[in-house]
Design a binder for this molecule. Structure first.
Ligand SMILES: N[C@@H](CCC[C@H](N)C(=O)O)C(=O)O
Length: 277
């Protein structure tokens, strides 16, 4: 059985994480163990579990496990948190974190502020991925009051619905049904965006494998990209979510810059039984 492990509880705009450092001692975390740790009553409680692993060409490799134990290729808010953590070890202001989405350069902008280059979105139906050829600017998907989202991948699949009213939207009801829609063979993160101005978007995200979170960094990137593609937003906007606001820029070179807060909440130790498969 694995030994007890220290962990850090962190969050980025309220999107919260249990961070485990597996650089010195590898940790093969089974989906059931991830779900156990993420449980907000019987575990530590978090949206995602983040494993920091060794990497030859970057400060570290970041493995992302959702609260349901599924693995994702991108997690914007956690990337900022891990960048801040690793920068604090060396005093560096610039570093790069590798995820399955690629090599993500990060810059420390302040004691609790980090900017990450999230790379370029993928816009083709097969890159999202979708189950069939489709115009990713307007998918033939509708449920209740929402329809025709735009879709892109930030290393993970996102569909963004544009709505006028976020107050009466039953996201807990329609979110899981859309997450598991047949159109999304790997499921999808579902964003609901209200355009308040060309440079201001109000966003709520039903996250794949985690549910309604207070913020979603890759979801914010997808919302800006999809809004700009639709002619609804500029290339730079403030994305306001329940847990906080991120500043997003879709650069002319195609890369999306995301700036936002990071926080360390507490340190703890996971009992070995929590880590068992
Ligand atoms: N909260 C993250 C996204 C985490 C992964 C996502 N739920 C997925 O399964 O793709 C973010 O800040 O991007």
């Amino acid at each position: 059985m694995a030994a007890a492990r220290p962990f850090l509880k962190m969050h980025g705009a309220g999107n919260d994480f249990v961070v485990l450092d597996a650089r010195a001692h590898p940790l093969d975390l089974a989906p059931a163990a991830a779900a156990r740790i993420a449980d907000r009553h019987r575990g530590v409680g978090c949206d995602q579990i983040i494993l920091i692993e060794p990497d030859d060409g970057a400060a570290a490799f970041m493995r992302i496990l959702n609260a349901d134990g599924s693995e994702s290729g991108a997690c914007g808010n956690a990337t900022r948190c891990v960048a801040a953590l690793l920068a604090g070890e060396t005093g560096a202001r610039r570093l790069a974190i590798r995820t399955n989405a690629g090599l993500l350069p990060a810059e420390i902008k302040g004691p609790t502020l980090v900017e990450v280059d999230m790379g370029a979105p993928k816009l083709g139906w097969e890159d999202i991925p979708l189950a069939e050829p489709a115009d990713t600017l307007s998918l033939r998907l509708a449920l209740g009051p929402v329809q025709n989202p735009a879709a892109c991948s930030m290393g993970n699949p996102h569909a963004t619905f544009f709505v006028d009213d976020l107050t009466h939207l039953q996201i807990e009801t329609i979110g899981p049904k859309l997450e598991h829609a047949r159109l999304f063979p790997e499921r999808a993160n579902i964003g609901f965006a209200r355009i308040d101005a060309p440079d201001r978007i109000r966003l709520r995200v039903w996250e794949r494998g985690a549910g309604l979170t207070l913020a979603c960094g890759s979801g914010a990137c997808a919302a800006l990209v999809n809004a700009h593609r639709r002619g609804l937003a500029a290339r730079r906007a403030e994305i306001e979510m329940d847990g906080g606001t991120l500043t997003l820029t879709w650069r002319d070179d195609g890369h999306v810059l995301m700036e936002g807060p990071v926080a360390l909440v507490f340190e703890g130790e996971l009992d070995a039984a929590m880590l068992a498969p």
